[in-house]
Design a protein around this ligand. Structure first.
Ligand code: CDP
Ligand code: CDP
Length: 235
């Protein structure tokens, strides 16, 4: 492939966006960018500073004065399953941002227009030039509405909760599947119903339901679609 495309992957929590996007980027030699990690990093900072999650003005200011870096993991970290490394004002927070508390705070913060404006501008800057796979909730609709390939990744709520539960188990966090399902359900509802940039499938996004598909199979399908788009674009 010669032309470097922009690939947008959106979908609800646990649908496989990070894992699949990371794999697609590796297969194509593209950069992988996890936009959700940015919302999570600002959320962590807000929690640490005990800023009320209802104080929109203060949270917007906090976002403006925050510096987030997304870096690729080392080969060893990658082999251990790490998809990216996240730095908040220079401090590594890769693991701290992966808690249920931070996820919930991120989804509340993500309802604030001013916060989104700042992070969307950073995402657009990070992805300019193409050759990127960016995943999140509004990548195909707001961040890169002209992306050459848009995927809306889905999986049944039970499957998504089961996948998240497995991750908690592996970290030694003993939550029940019902608790995880509740967390995922609450966040999805907020993400889909918020006024600014809700989670919706862009009209030109390909819907991929990977409930019964493995990571490899899903990534290969997306790479096939990318190759097709590339051929169309250079025709
Ligand atoms: O980023 P998102 O919340 O959409 O999902 P993820 O973190 O990429 O995936 C959640 C979990 O599901 C990970 O542990 C993946 O390995 C797993 N997964 C899977 O088992 N089968 C798939 N087809 C996709 C993801
Ligand atoms: O990994 P998971 O799918 O559970 O969540 P995430 O992608 O890390 O995103 C955490 C939260 O950030 C989501 O629940 C959304 O509220 C928000 N988010 C967003 O609003 N827009 C994005 N482009 C990415 C994340």
């Amino acid at each position: 492939m010669t032309r470097k495309l922009t690939i947008a992957i959106d979908g609800p929590a646990g649908s496989g966006k990070s894992t699949v996007a990371r794999r697609v980027a590796a297969m194509l030699g593209y950069v992988y960018l996890d936009s959700g990690a940015m919302y999570r990093a600002v959320a962590l900072k807000a929690l640490e500073r005990k800023i009320p999650l209802g104080d929109d003005a203060q949270l917007e200011n906090l976002t403006r004065e925050t510096h987030i870096d997304l870096k690729a993991p080392t080969a060893e970290q990658e082999a251990a399953g790490l998809k990216n490394r996240v730095f908040l004002d220079g401090r590594e927070v890769t693991h701290e941002i992966r808690t249920g508390e931070v996820a919930q705070a991120a989804s509340r913060l993500a309802t604030i227009a001013g916060v989104r404006e700042v992070l969307v501008a950073e995402q657009q800057k990070a992805g300019e030039g193409g050759g990127v796979v960016m995943e999140g909730r509004d990548i195909g609709t707001v961040v890169f509405p002209r992306a050459e390939l848009k995927i809306f990744l889905e999986a049944s709520p039970e499957t998504r909760a089961q996948r998240r539960w497995m991750e908690h188990q592996e970290k030694g966090e003993m939550l029940s599947v019902a608790e995880v399902l509740e967390e995922v359900h609450e966040r999805d509802k907020r993400d889909r119903e918020r006024k600014v940039s809700p989670l919706v499938r862009a009209r030109d996004a390909v819907l991929v339901d990977n409930t019964a598909m493995g990571i490899d199979e899903t990534a290969r399908l997306i790479v096939m679609l990318a190759k097709e788009r590339n051929k169309e674009a250079t025709r």
